[in-house]
Design a protein around this ligand. Structure first.
Ligand SMILES: Cc1cc2nc3c(=O)[nH]c(=O)nc-3n(C[C@H](O)[C@H](O)[C@H](O)COP(=O)(O)OP(=O)(O)OC[C@H]3O[C@@H](n4cnc5c(N)ncnc54)[C@H](O)[C@@H]3O)c2cc1C
Length: 316
């Protein structure tokens, strides 16, 4: 494990503290970093940035920020924001044929509510799927920490009975993921493969960046050889190259898989990939509840984190 793996783990570990949350959300530097990664606070801003991406041939998957909601009314407000977003995308003619879809965290729509959280989240996710279906687009269920993996995959299965296009997310850092890729590589199955962004114990996840990369390649091989629709979510140039080589090895056409990257990360490369004739989808978050998302983005890149901590020290 190298220094950046350790730094990443340490940041994710302390981010649960209320004192750290208050310091980060109040610091002026946070706003400027957030602006790089987040499209804005409201639906019209998300729709406007989606339109700009379309102008450079990029697709979008839009996430309304929020997670770990334990209040049912809040979970329903999040659902309603997705419904309004899907209406607005349809009105702007950005949803058809999946040009802009939505990404949903089950913990934002009720999964973390004690007792019947799973049922509440499923009901809200179903309403979002119905709206996406009407708009002519799709939904992908983001993957959160490993304690939710089974329940989230269960929700994907339940929703796919009515909406076979529901996307699953698998995280290469988990030991279990290669097997999950095999289970989910069937016809039409949309699967986003990412490295994984949470602090996970060694009992369930690789801790070393090199091991995560090797796992990613093993998983890619399974997905590209399968009959599903792989969504290659990584900014890692080596993995993008390997994905392209595997797709060509398996005779895949450019419409049978796609690349995905985050808003604000390697934008020039995103455009280059789209210009090479690939489908390139950008994960586009919006909303005011950006703390958890920001912390994960800082943890991914030690250079960001050093800049951030220096500015934080200077602003206090
Ligand atoms: C579309 C999409 C959806 C995702 N959904 C999920 C999900 O549902 N669940 C989940 O756990 N994780 C999700 N992730 C996050 C993912 O798990 C990784 O944490 C993240 O993508 C960084 O891994 P990487 O593959 O880009 O490789 P890394 O090795 O982290 O990065 C490779 C290179 O990309 C650049 N880079 C990466 N991150 C940043 C950054 N934040 N700022 C600036 N440069 C950066 C750097 O140049 C870096 O050297 C998603 C990622 C993407 C792209």
């Amino acid at each position: 494990m190298d220094a950046s793996d350790l730094l990443r783990g340490a940041l994710l570990q302390i981010s649960g503290s209320d004192a750290v949350r208050t310091a980060v959300t109040k610091a002026p530097v946070s706003r400027s970093v957030v602006q790089r990664y987040v499209a804005g606070d409201l639906v019209p801003e998300a729709v406007a940035v989606t339109g700009e991406l379309r102008g450079t041939n990029r697709l979008a998957t839009i996430d309304y920020l929020g997670e770990d909601v334990t209040d049912r009314a809040q979970a329903e407000r999040t659902r309603d924001t997705y419904l309004a977003l899907l209406d607005a995308l349809a009105e702007a003619d950005l949803a058809r044929f999946g040009a802009a879809e939505v990404s949903v965290k089950l913990s934002a729509v009720g999964q973390a509510i004690p007792g019947d959280g799973d049922a509440i989240a499923l009901e809200n996710a179903r309403a979002i799927c119905e709206a996406a279906d009407r708009a002519g687009t799709t939904v992908t269920l983001d993957m959160e920490d490993h304690t939710t993996t089974d329940r989230t995959l269960e929700a994907v299965r339940a929703l796919r009975a009515d909406f076979p296009w529901v996307g699953a997310v698998l995280q290469a850092y988990l030991h279990r993921t290669e097997a999950d890729c095999r289970d989910l590589a069937g016809p039409g199955s949309r699967v986003r493969l990412c490295k994984g962004a949470y602090k996970e114990p060694a009992s369930v996840a690789y801790q070393d960046g090199g091991e995560v990369d090797l796992s990613y390649v093993r998983c890619l091989k399974v997905l590209m050889a399968g009959e599903g629709y792989p969504m290659v979510a990584s900014h890692d140039p080596r993995l993008v190259e390997i994905a392209e080589a595997l797709a060509s090895h398996h005779g895949r056409t450019p419409d049978s898989y796609e690349f995905q990257m985050l808003l604000g990360v390697r934008s020039t490369e995103q455009k280059r990939i789209a210009d090479r004739g690939h489908q390139m989808r950008v994960y586009l978050p919006f909303g005011e509840d950006w703390y958890g998302y920001l912390v994960r983005r800082l943890a991914e890149r030690p250079a960001n984190l050093r800049f951030f901590l220096r500015s934080l020290a200077g602003s206090s």
